[in-house]
Design a protein around this ligand. Structure first.
Ligand code: MSP
Length: 637
């Protein structure tokens, strides 16, 4: 039997349609699943909706609906968005599903019988939007430490889960599994919370009725998080004797994907519940940051949410998936703007990747080359490119296995740029005229590179990459270990070169200039005219950033190593853009640099040039680059 991989998304509160933030969690889980599929692993992706609790009851009341018909109204929206974005889920669980409700009641009975749940009374603050009891010392302050909204004082009889009894086992578990929570910084917060002492957790409510009835005491309904977290086991058959094999096959989860706002539930309460149930613990929690609009988290309630359906229709779901994976570092909060999405779609997807396929298609057909024969004998330049491909695959695998998708994609993009540089240097359009054998080699090596790129990118852009593979005369089959095949691929198999539609669209980046702005610009321009002699003095060169690392002791500066080709060599350049980019946004990128600026020292480091950036309307820096990849060291004129 193949290896297995079980991945989950959080289950979403069914109070509104999905937005870009909720799509983000789900896309990350789908990428993780598809990456495992590329290794030939059997996978299971569970997603669904969280449908009980006061938050839902209140929202339904506002909408003048009963809670069940209220939540029913959103299920189709979730399923449609996931389908639109190619999210292959194996089960969509709803916490109102009969099998889930029955399993939760059995689970509660077991814990009551074994003494892990007891009856008491609860007095304290409660945050309805987060469905959370406020346990910190801040509990005298009626503001939720997590979302900043007002909390409610509640006083009621309640059943408690003996969380305090699990403090030692939890701490031992974190120590034995230091990689359970990624990124690791999140683990430190959890450990310090647990070390600070755990109070028993109230897991029932008497003041609301919209929830799973508590077994044996129907005055109480189950606390929504005790109900919701268990979806990860009931979704694969826990508690159903007919689904025992399914449960044994998939549990424990290999990966839970979740946002940073719900770490405590997943890293403290959930393992403690599982310990009490005698079940194995999940292998890894991938905790991602938030998508922000300005300074705020994107959310329906704040009214700043972006509708994924419209976005997907405008730009294509795969382009949005790519943007989320490459341009938002999983471990950090990220900003989203359509301007930046269009920029990425144009420069990286259309110019750097799509154009490569177009160019070999058009050229190959012009000179009658329709296929790449098997067993070609490669020359030195192609062997070097193949080595770069293998190096990329090794690094790509490490980052993908670590769920560092933005890093993996940076490594892949560096290779895409290497292929572009190879293609450009080889000048196949010139070679074709007098050496068709050499021309075929260049087309073939580029096609093999694109084949590897397509498989690497398939977890992120499945539809587009299937189109790319089709253009190379290949199909993708499930159950195949493509990763191993790629790492052992000596570029010996046959490929076709089909002419196909462009994979990606370019977007016009310039905005129309209003009359007034034009007048202002005319004024500024006339006041600061320079002559051609001034222009000639300025040496602007294109270079590729090879290294980008924070400069110790500075909040703003990065140290870059930039490759300017043979004539200029590699230069060290200091750039004050740390607050706008993570290193992997820059590594592998071609940019424009002033290369004859007098060298100067910044924080004790010599800077031998200056990188140029543009500032967009959100105040974000954007890299200044050229429309197509050109050899490093090319001078702007
Ligand atoms: N129902 C709970 C989860 C229970 S899991 C057993 C819940 N639901 S939620 O709908 O509020 O959020 C679901 C997920 O979406 C969380 O991981 C949350 O972090 C994520 N996101 C919601 N808004 C987001 C952004 N703006 N950006 C990134 N992720 C966001 O919590």
């Amino acid at each position: 039997m193949n290896q297995k991989f079980y991945v989950t998304t959080p289950i979403y509160y069914a109070t509104a349609r999905p937005h870009l933030g909720t799509l983000y969690s789900t896309v990350l889980a789908d990428i993780a699943r598809r990456w495992e599929e590329q290794k030939g692993t059997d996978t299971f992706l569970l997603t669904g909706t969280d449908e009980h609790g006061q938050k839902i009851a209140t929202a339904a009341e506002k909408a003048h609906k009963d809670p069940k018909s209220f939540v029913d109204g959103f299920i189709g929206n979730y399923q449609d968005v996931w389908t639109q974005y190619g999210i292959h889920y194996n089960r969509f669980i709803r916490t109102t599903d009969r099998y889930h409700v029955t399993a939760i009641q059995q689970w509660l009975k077991q814990l009551i019988e074994q003494g892990d749940i007891y009856k008491g009374s609860y007095e304290g603050w409660y945050c309805v939007p987060c469905e959370t009891y406020i346990t910190e010392s801040a509990s005298k302050d009626p503001v939720c430490p997590s979302c900043g909204r007002e909390t409610k004082f509640i006083s009621e009889e309640s059943y408690f889960f003996k969380l305090s009894a699990y403090q030692g086992r939890l701490l031992a578990f974190y120590e034995q599994h230091p990689d359970i929570i990624t990124p690791r910084e999140r683990a430190a917060e959890v450990i310090s919370f647990v070390k600070g002492g755990l109070k028993d957790l109230s897991i029932s409510r008497t003041t609301i009725s919209w929830g799973i009835p508590f077994p044996g005491d129907e005055q109480h309904v189950t606390y929504v998080w005790a109900d919701a977290l268990n979806n990860y086991i009931t979704g694969v058959g826990y508690g159903d004797p007919h689904r025992q094999d399914e449960f044994n096959r998939w549990w424990p989860a290999d990966l839970h994907v979740l946002g940073k706002d719900i770490v405590r539930f997943h890293a403290v309460y959930w393992p403690a519940f599982l310990m009490a149930s005698g079940l194995s613990l999940p292998k890894r929690l991938l905790v991602h940051g938030w998508i922000k609009m300005g300074d705020q988290k994107m959310s329906k309630s704040l009214g700043n949410a972006i509708d994924p359906i419209t976005l997907g229709k405008t730009y294509g779901p795969d382009v949005v998936r790519f943007y989320l994976a490459k341009h938002i570092a999983v471990s950090h909060d990220g900003h989203f703007s359509t301007e930046s999405l269009e920029h990425v779609a144009t420069s990286e997807l259309a110019n750097e990747l799509g154009n490569l396929l177009n160019r070999i298609g058009v050229l190959a057909h012009k000179y009658g080359v329709h296929e790449v024969p098997a067993d070609m004998i490669w020359e030195a330049q192609e062997l070097a490119l193949r080595d770069q491909c293998w190096t990329m695959l090794d690094d790509f695998e490490v980052y993908m296995d670590d769920n560092s998708y933005h890093m993996a994609l940076s490594v892949l993009w560096k290779f895409i740029n290497q292929v572009n540089a190879y293609f450009h240097e080889c000048e196949p359009w010139r070679v074709a005229k007098d050496d068709l054998t050499r021309f075929t080699h260049i087309i073939a090596a580029t096609a093999h590179s694109l084949y590897a790129i397509a498989h690497c990118l398939w977890p992120v852009m499945p539809n587009k990459m299937e189109q790319l593979l089709d253009a190379l005369g290949c199909t993708r089959d499930s159950g195949v270990d493509y990763l191993t095949a790629l790492k052992e691929d000596g570029w010996t198999h046959r490929l076709l070169i089909k002419q196909s539609e462009p994979l990606f669209i370019k977007y016009e980046q310039r905005k129309p200039v209003s009359d007034q702005t034009q007048k202002k610009q005319d004024h500024v321009q006339s006041a600061s005219h320079i002559t051609i002699d001034d222009v000639v003095k300025l040496e602007l060169h294109v270079g590729t950033i090879q290294v980008c690392e924070p400069l110790e002791g500075s909040d703003k500066l990065y140290r870059l190593e930039v490759d300017f080709g043979n004539a200029i060599g590699t230069r060290q350049i200091v750039a004050g853009v740390k607050q706008y980019f993570v290193p992997n946004d820059l590594i592998g990128k071609q940019g424009v640099f002033v290369t004859n600026l007098k060298p100067r020292k910044m924080m004790g480091i010599a800077s031998q040039g200056m990188m140029l950036f543009a500032k967009d309307s959100d105040g974000q820096f954007v890299i200044t680059t050229v429309d197509k990849i050109v050899p490093n060291g090319t001078r702007l004129q």
